[in-house]
Design a protein around this ligand. Structure first.
Ligand SMILES: [Cu+2]
Length: 384
């Protein structure tokens, strides 16, 4: 039976433009850093989960599990909490310095959000949210027909899976909370947009990089041609985001933790852009098999001559002069390819293009990449 401890704490986020932003997040342990998003909770259909919340913040905090039924506290169903006759929390909360323990048994597989149910207009954008993934009861990662999102026979097999959790940050409102001033939603104006708690280009970095102690989760999607890559989108903020990957459409197989199938009728559908609404989740399968891909020619990597890569009247080339963002230079000696391992990159981003900036600077925000490699370790793209 999984037991998850969440410590509601304060911390500071880093953004690629050098900013440091006060936030609230869930830590895995008392001495650990607050995390954005909170730790992934991976549960199994039919197995009871216990979540212990320890509140180190200065106001009541709770954890709300949309999509889960019969969530219990002290063997009674969770109840809304009122302070001076006003609704404070959707469910039982922990007072400052206090604790509360929730138990529930997921009845069906899927992708869900968990988030604070106390003053959610403030505490959710402040960062008190995370992902709950429920595996089907017959899940077995070592047997292909049982390595599925929704159970054997549901046509939801996958080779790799990624979680992409959207969020937004209004740094001025975060500063107001840090200084003990009210979080005024009528002043809400986000300047940063996040995937898994990071802004591009940090989204491309691997998990657990040293310089982002509060933002452990990367968003780089990696796979091989022809593989079924399961992407789980979660809208954890307060705004809606039109997300799309380049390179291929996705097949939407689940919504809000429900398989798109009615008995024998397949209700899944192809989409390029999916509007991820606040509080919604989507399960999608991405499969790249384009651009002349065949099994004996996994990724055609021949690059066009530079002069054939001109764009615009001025004849600018697509080659910026930098193999990285930032400092310009010649292509390093001996390098004949921009993609070191013959991989292809496709953008995955919010199509509301203000959201792919960091306080007005492009590139940034809600953007990451999909990298398709000729071959890749089976350990990559495993959710833990
Ligand atoms: Cu696009």
């Amino acid at each position: 039976m999984p037991v998850i401890n969440l410590w509601a704490k304060e911390g500071y986020l880093s953004t690629p433009d050098g900013n440091s932003i006060y936030f609230w997040g869930f830590a895995k342990e008392e001495t650990g850093p607050a995390l954005l998003p909170g730790p992934h909770i991976i549960a199994k259909q039919g197995e009871t989960v216990t979540v212990n919340l320890f509140n180190t913040l200065s106001e009541p905090v709770s954890v709300f599990f949309p999509g889960q039924t019969a969530v219990m506290v002290e063997e009674r169903p969770v109840q809304p909490q009122y302070i001076n006759g006003r609704l404070k929390s959707f469910v039982n909360h922990a007072e400052p310095g206090g604790t509360v323990s929730y138990t529930f048994t997921p009845t069906h597989p899927g992708t869900f959000v968990y988030e604070s149910g106390s003053s959610p207009h403030k505490q959710v954008p402040m960062g008190l949210y995370g992902a709950l993934v429920v595996r089907p009861a017959d899940y077995n990662p070592d047997v292909r027909e049982y390595r599925t999102a929704y159970g054997a026979g549901t046509d939801t097999e996958f080779e790799r899976e990624y979680l992409l959790i959207t969020g937004e940050i209004d740094p001025q409102l975060h500063q107001a909370v840090e200084e003990g001033r009210p979080y005024l939603v009528n002043r809400y104006l986000p300047r940063y947009w996040t995937l898994n708690g990071r802004c591009a280009v940090d989204t491309m970095m691997m998990d657990d990089v040293d310089y982002l102690p509060h933002q452990p989760y990367g968003s780089m999607v990696m796979g091989q041609p022809g593989e079924k890559i399961l992407m789980r989108y979660i809208g954890a903020g307060v705004d809606n985001h039109p997300l799309h990957p380049h390179g291929a459409h996705t097949r939407v197989i689940g919504k809000d933790g429900r398989l798109l199938r009615n008995g024998g009728t397949d209700l899944s559908y192809q989409r390029f852009t999916v509007l991820v609404g606040a509080g919604q989740t989507y399960d999608l399968i991405y499969r790249w098999e384009g651009l002349g891909f065949t099994p004996d020619n996994p990724i055609p990597t021949t690059l066009p001559n530079l002069r054939n890569m001109g764009i615009g009247d001025a004849g600018w080339t697509m080659w910026s002069g930098s193999p990285y963002f930032g400092v310009k230079g010649d292509i390093p000696v001996g390098v004949i390819s921009y993609n070191e391992f013959g991989e292809y990159y496709f953008m995955l981003h919010s199509h509301e293009e203000l959201q792919i900036t960091n306080w007005g600077e492009f590139p940034g925000g809600m953007m990451t990449w999909i990298a398709i490699y000729p071959s890749l370790s089976p350990d990559i793209g495993v959710l833990k």
